[in-house]
Ligand binder design. Structure first.
Ligand SMILES: NC(=O)c1ccc[n+]([C@@H]2O[C@H](COP(=O)([O-])OP(=O)(O)OC[C@H]3O[C@@H](n4cnc5c(N)ncnc54)[C@H](OP(=O)(O)O)[C@@H]3O)[C@@H](O)[C@H]2O)c1
Length: 366
């Protein structure tokens, strides 16, 4: 596994946030900070904290100085957006990060020094061996050691590992080929604006304009290029799915090959998965295993046009799996299709589930 440069873990000097199990309280006075609260993921975090009744008294919404003075809806009222600063995490026990890598690297030491556990949505720490990369339903036990920095996985990797983890009782995975169809919200708020502008142009009979940086438009297009190209000809987005699938499943040698494509969908990442095992894994057994796995919903009745689609999963929590069939290219292969809301299970929901499990306070606590 690669290491992310100088961003290695620092274990002992950090103050440890407390767990609910340590304190028998009837009133939870906890403060949660969201860094990047005004973005796609940050706004979803706020909504999910509210929906799930997360045990906190207040949320501190942090963003760039340009957003200071704005407000965000929360629990029937509003909370002010504050510009991030050195004192932003004072008194916070949990810091949910939804900003780009350099900002995560700049502010995570500050948050941890203030006593907060940092749950980071960027990829800054995911490939550092010592930092847990967690999907609670799959490897949530890594939170039992109370790490003060936890990495949240890539928005395509998280649903793929959910589906694969459910199949573990049926056979040992030996090879994986994945193609993703990723929505534009995965690239942030500005990308969604560009999609909408491009759709308007296209419907007006004009060619959608290129993006501000000259890259091809999202509207009426499929773009086999997400994040930068690596020396091996794969994009970094594709390699994220390779590295993260191996790390989360605990299979460092698993052969994995990925193609990641941006499609003109607002919300919801899809993936076509071809998984090869050490024995036959039948579609009917796979459907049964998925249906029994927490966080997975099966939609698989092609005769009535029931299968996973982004339009149906946007705004919902589960990873939806279907189109299970025997792979025709190689023996012991299973082909299937899955979809999840990239802002939820692919980002904000998974981060909140990590916080819940960390605290021993939530729906995934065990
Ligand atoms: N979108 C997804 O599906 C997804 C999934 C998994 C992981 N992620 C990761 O999550 C992170 C956030 O993604 P996003 O899609 O939510 O991006 P986004 O919509 O573009 O939001 C970016 C957030 O960062 C804040 N920000 C920008 N510059 C800042 C600064 N100098 N100081 C403090 N805050 C600053 C923005 O605040 P202002 O509004 O004030 O500019 C905004 O709240 C990224 O690392 C991304 O790779 C995203």
């Amino acid at each position: 596994m690669r290491s992310a440069g100088n961003s290695g873990p620092v274990a002992s000097p950090w103050p440890r946030p407390r767990r609910d199990a340590d304190y028998r309280e009837t009133h939870v006075s906890r403060t949660v900070a969201i860094l990047g609260a005004t973005g796609q993921v940050g706004r979803s975090m706020l909504a999910i904290l509210e929906e799930r009744g997360f045990p906190c008294a207040s949320v501190r919404a942090l963003a760039s100085p340009g957003s200071a003075g704005k407000s965000l809806d929360f629990r029937g009222g509003t909370i002010p957006v504050e510009a991030i600063g050195p004192d932003s995490f004072a008194g916070c026990e949990i810091a949910l990060f939804a900003v780009k890598n350099p900002l995560a690297q700049q502010w995570s030491p500050v948050a941890r020094a203030a006593g907060a556990v940092v749950i980071d949505n960027s990829s800054a720490y995911r490939y550092v061996d010592e930092i847990p990369l967690v999907v609670p339903e799959v490897n949530g036990e890594l939170l039992d050691s109370r790490p003060t920095l936890v990495a949240n996985p890539n928005c395509s990797a998280a649903p793929v590992v959910m589906a694969l983890a459910a199949l573990r009782p049926l056979g040992r995975l030996r090879k994986l080929v994945v193609s993703t169809y990723q929505s534009v919200s995965g690239a942030g708020s500005a990308a969604l604006d560009a999609l909408e502008a491009g759709v308007v142009a296209g419907l007006g009979g004009r060619r959608p304009p290129p993006l501000a940086d000259g890259r091809p438009p999202y509207a009426f297009n499929c773009i086999p290029h997400i994040d930068r190209f690596e020396d091996n000809g794969y994009t970094r987005e594709e390699m994220k799915v390779v590295w993260e699938t191996r790390k989360i499943l605990g299979m460092p040698g698993l052969p994995v090959s990925v193609t990641a494509v941006r499609v003109p969908v607002r919300i919801g990442h899809s993936a076509s998965v071809h998984a090869y095992f050490d024995r036959p894994v039948l579609p009917e057994d796979a459907r049964e295993a998925w249906a029994a796995f927490p966080g997975i919903e099966v939609q698989d009745d092609p005769a009535t046009a029931v299968y996973p689609m982004p339009l149906d999963v946007a705004g919902r929590d589960p990873v939806v799996v279907g189109r299970a069939r025997v792979d025709l290219a190689e023996e012991n292969g299973l082909a299937f299709f899955l979809v999840s809301d990239n802002l939820r299970k692919g980002a904000a929901l998974n981060a909140v589930q990590i916080a819940e499990r960390w605290l021993g306070a939530g729906k995934n606590a065990s």
